[in-house]
Design a protein around this ligand. Structure first.
Ligand code: XMP
Length: 519
């Protein structure tokens, strides 16, 4: 493995916001990886060789028997360690302090920390206003700090809000510096990595060079196929791999009849005109729409699409002949989700369409050059590789496409109506300069017809729902707070310009409890 950067290890105890720790560190150009605590063995630590370690928060109570622990050897590595929330408590417990349960000392939400007399390197730039707002989320609290530790900050309900053993460079905070509600939290991470000696050299340019070298090393002179979905991830993966191995790579783009307006043309043009790489366009609209005919159950639709995708992909991949590798645009959140000890929720909620079963069936090995990146880092890499800006900024689009935005039976006329309404909605969002603020926006056509009046006549047409969400990674999301003017104008345009729709609603469900897509 090529490993030229200093590495920071985040040991995950299952906090909802562990990924945000990684984000804050990546923003400081520090290379880090999140690993669930049970994977962090002595052998792992020796191989990973972290320059610093962060112990994340988590839902467990250190008082409970069998609650998660890091290997005790982590404290003998002689590297700086930062414990956060549960990480703080576990650190105290393991190093000889004491943790007790809530009873009036639980703290959830905003709190204010005031400093102790002595200064701490971790808190450089803190306490300019005498107290700092932080975000707490704890039931248990530390009642006795471990030997060697001193107190550097307190809050009304957390007398040991910030503690440290400066002789060993161990730091422990009760709050979450990684969330936005700890406004000066990023500074704390900056101080921590600076003190640990990180150079901050993990840039996208460096990533590109290293990823290319890794791909060449992994693939050798074998052939690689890549299923393009038209989305940003698979496109960036394809361009990166093409830069690494040229025409050893063939891309297969399947039109399943469930793409958005103009999407197939856009993808074909981008790849054929700009990249001159071996490219197979598989027009399989009839096959997919034929098999989906009469199906209305969401899981059945997903399964049919997933299976057909595999069949089609396999058929066309055979044309390439002798491919040994399959390239995928797997991202870091996908990786974390699949290994997280708390278990990724979406796997059981929806059978996400991907090519998961494909490599095994075809005897292919995986090339996943984006495995270490977050979505916005993939976009940055795309820019670095020269992909058109408009393409890179596109909202995510799911593998099953419009099928899951068409609850109930999928018919060609309904898909056509949906495409038109969706194009107008996106046009409106772009015109109002909102596209980049929104994680994902789309229209769903509802399986219900409603009565309306247009001109002097009665209409009996479909209702549709507009969806727009903000999100960091698609795992949680909130609805976008459009103005009433925007919503009114968009509804009017859709009803006037799209025959077949006479009612527009706006979906204001967050995730959870909803999901982003309708199916
Ligand atoms: P949900 O609807 O589960 O979606 O809240 C979260 C994110 O994932 C996308 N999504 C998919 N992406 N294959 C994909 O590649 C799928 O089967 C799939 N289902 C949902 C969704 O668009 C959102 O960005």
């Amino acid at each position: 493995m090529i490993n030229i950067h200093d590495r920071l290890l985040i040991i995950d105890f299952g906090s909802q916001v562990t990924q945000l720790i990684a984000r804050r560190l990546r923003e400081l150009n520090v290379y880090c990886e999140i690993h669930p605590y049970q994977n962090v063995t002595d052998a792992f630590l020796a191989e990973f060789a972290p320059k610093a370690v962060i112990l994340s928060g988590g839902p467990a109570s250190v008082i409970d028997e069998g609650s998660p622990r890091p290997p005790s050897t982590v404290f003998d590595l002689n590297v700086p360690i930062l414990g956060i929330c549960y990480g703080q408590q576990v650190m105290m417990e393991v190093l000889g302090g004491k943790v007790e349960s809530g009873h009036g000392t639980a703290e959830f939400g905003r709190a204010f920390v005031t400093p102790a007399a002595e200064k701490l390197i971790l808190l450089d730039g803190w306490f300019k206003d005498e107290k700092e707002q932080v975000w707490m989320s704890h039931g248990d609290h530390v009642s006795k700090i471990a030997p060697g530790f001193e107190v550097y900050g307190t809050s009304p309900n957390a007398p040991f809000a910030i503690t440290a053993d400066t002789s060993r460079n161990f730091f422990a905070v009760q709050f979450h510096p990684e969330v936005h509600h700890t406004p000066n939290g990023a500074k704390l991470y900056e101080n921590f990595v600076k003190m640990a000696g990180f150079k901050g050299d993990w840039t996208m340019g460096a990533y590109r060079e290293e990823a290319i070298a890794k791909i060449r090393e992994q693939v050798g002179d074998a052939k690689v196929i890549c299923g393009l979905s038209g989305g940003v991830d698979s496109s960036v993966a394809a361009v990166l791999i093409h830069e690494a191995i040229g025409d050893q790579l063939t891309c297969v783009f399947v039109n399943n009849g469930l793409l958005r307006q103009g999407e197939a043309e856009e993808v074909i043009t981008m790849f054929r005109d700009n990249y001159n790489m071996p490219f197979i366009y598989a027009d399989e609209r009839e096959l997919f729409l034929g098999e989906l005919d009469g199906q209305s159950d969401p899981e059945t639709k997903r399964k049919i699409i997933g299976k057909l995708f595999i069949d089609v992909f396999q058929k066309h991949a055979a044309e390439v002949g002798g491919a040994k590798f399959l390239a995928q645009g797997t991202l870091y959140p996908d990786v974390i989700e699949s290994v997280s000890f708390s278990g990724g929720p979406s796997a059981t909620i929806k059978s996400h369409h991907n090519v998961g079963g494909l490599p095994e069936k075809m005897g292919l090995k995986l090339v996943e050059p984006l495995r270490e990146l977050f979505k916005d880092e993939v976009r940055e890499l795309g820019r670095e590789l020269g992909l058109p800006t408009g393409f890179i900024g596109r909202h995510p689009f799911p593998g099953p496409g419009l099928a899951i935005r068409c609850p109930g039976e999928i018919t060609r006329p309904k898909l056509e109506i949906l495409r038109e309404a969706d194009a107008i909605y996106i046009d409106q969002i772009r015109k109002h300069g909102l596209y980049d603020e929104i994680w994902q926006a789309f229209v769903a056509i509802l399986p219900v017809k409603t009565v309306g009046v247009m001109g002097d006549g009665r209409t009996y047409d479909f209702a549709c729902a507009l969806r727009a969400v903000t999100s960091v990674d698609g795992m949680t999301a909130d609805y976008y707070p459009f103005s009433h003017e925007f919503l009114g104008e968009t509804a009017t345009r859709i009803i006037n310009e799209v025959p077949g729709i006479n009612r527009v609603t706006y979906d204001i469900t967050s995730k959870p409890p909803g999901t982003i897509e309708w199916e």
